[in-house]
Ligand binder design. Structure first.
Ligand SMILES: [Mg+2]
Length: 364
């Protein structure tokens, strides 16, 4: 029977401010997951945190979009919100945008990435957890992993990867999707995914076998709520080895801290810093944005792990470069290109200030 790996995540309260998760909230997640494993809903599960976001990593055999699994995640976030309220944590329950669960977590605030797979004799997967950034931030890393032979040698020298990958791209504004085949449609693909604020890679598929290689969350909070309510802080799941890039090829894109949207108030560009769990606490200007990579071997659906990949010294240079880039960008203060462009400011004070000043403008 195919297994499903679901990562469902939400910011339900920060400690202190937006910097991290209080241990009691994380413990609540772990307790609820343990109950769900005991009841048989889940095969195995872990709760992990990156910054102020709680990530529920769940292995089960109910398929994607399963109502019982989604309801369980929603109820767990509600339980965590109660703890956050009792401790007066910052923004308790902020990502829970609807009053009641209505069958699916999508469109309700939390982000989700779900991957169905037939487990191989050895099944290495990596779960990425982002904070202080946005859906679409995995566009560039996914491009490097699955379409750039300078990153992924296997595209050239491995028979199982040589046929390339297909990218499912979502238009987050007009709610439509499209598939691109690489390598022959690389340039067409880049026209769209080079603009990650609007176009996000939802799924990558192996062309040789049709298996899903990677999924990411593309839920956009501001477009659900119609106002700024925090950043989307995306997650992604990537399968490795065999018909997929090697573990080292999946991690390689993060040796450069590419610039993503997010940072302070979700309204600035900043470098995406790869960190281990111990450093996943955005602090300086509520950032820089962070990404954690947790590796697991699946064993009949059990999560053997995690390996906390980015704590390794080989990512020290990326962290140093991220700090240098953050120093430089911060000097721009409220000016673009550190601050996001005007059309991204619609969820901030910009409309109110524009309305207040409207009568004071005169013709040139
Ligand atoms: Mg967050």
């Amino acid at each position: 029977m195919p297994q499903t790996l679901s990562v469902i995540k939400a910011d339900i309260g920060g400690y202190v401010g937006h910097s991290a998760m209080h241990p009691e909230v994380l413990d609540t997640g772990r307790e609820e997951l343990a109950k769900a494993v005991q009841s048989g809903l889940l095969i195995d599960a872990q709760a992990q945190a990156c910054g102020d976001d709680l990530f529920l990593i769940m292995s089960h055999d109910h398929g994607a979009d399963d109502e019982a699994v989604h309801r369980f995640a929603w109820d767990t976030f509600l339980a965590g919100t109660e703890v956050a309220k009792r401790l007066h944590l910052y923004g308790a329950g902020q990502d829970l945008l609807t009053d009641a669960f209505s069958g699916n977590i999508r469109g309700a605030g939390p982000g989700s990435a779900e991957l169905e797979l037939e487990e191989r004799p050895s099944e290495p997967v990596i779960v990425f957890m982002g904070d202080k950034t946005s859906s679409g931030s995995f566009n560039l890393p996914f491009y490097k992993m699955f379409a750039d032979p300078f990153n992924t040698a296997g595209l050239v020298i491995s028979e199982s990867l040589h046929a390339g990958f297909s990218f499912e791209v979502h238009d987050l504004k007009d709610h439509r999707k499209i598939m691109f085949n690489t390598p022959e449609e690389l340039y067409d693909l880049l026209v769209f995914i080079g603009s990650p604020g609007r176009y996000a890679v939802k799924r990558v598929v192996t062309r040789s076998s049709g298996e899903v290689a990677a999924v990411s969350s593309t839920d956009k909070l501001s477009m659900i709520a119609g106002r700024y309510v925090g950043k989307d802080d995306p997650t992604a799941i990537v399968r490795c080895q065999g018909n997929f890039p090697a573990v080292g090829e999946v991690l390689e894109p993060f040796t450069t801290p590419y610039i993503v949207e997010g940072f302070m108030r979700g309204s600035h560009y900043g470098p995406w810093m790869p960190v281990g769990l111990a450093q996943a606490h955005p602090t300086r200007f509520d950032g820089p944005p962070r990404v954690v990579a947790l590796g697991f071997q699946l064993a009949d659906g059990k999560l053997v792990g995690p390996r906390d990949f980015f704590e390794d010294v080989s990512f020290d240079n990326a962290r140093r470069e991220a700090n240098d880039v953050a120093d430089f960008l911060r000097k721009h203060g409220p000016f673009e290109p550190h601050r996001m462009p005007l059309d991204e400011m619609e969820y901030t004070t910009m409309p109110a200030v524009a309305a207040k000043m409207a009568s004071r403008w005169s013709e040139l």
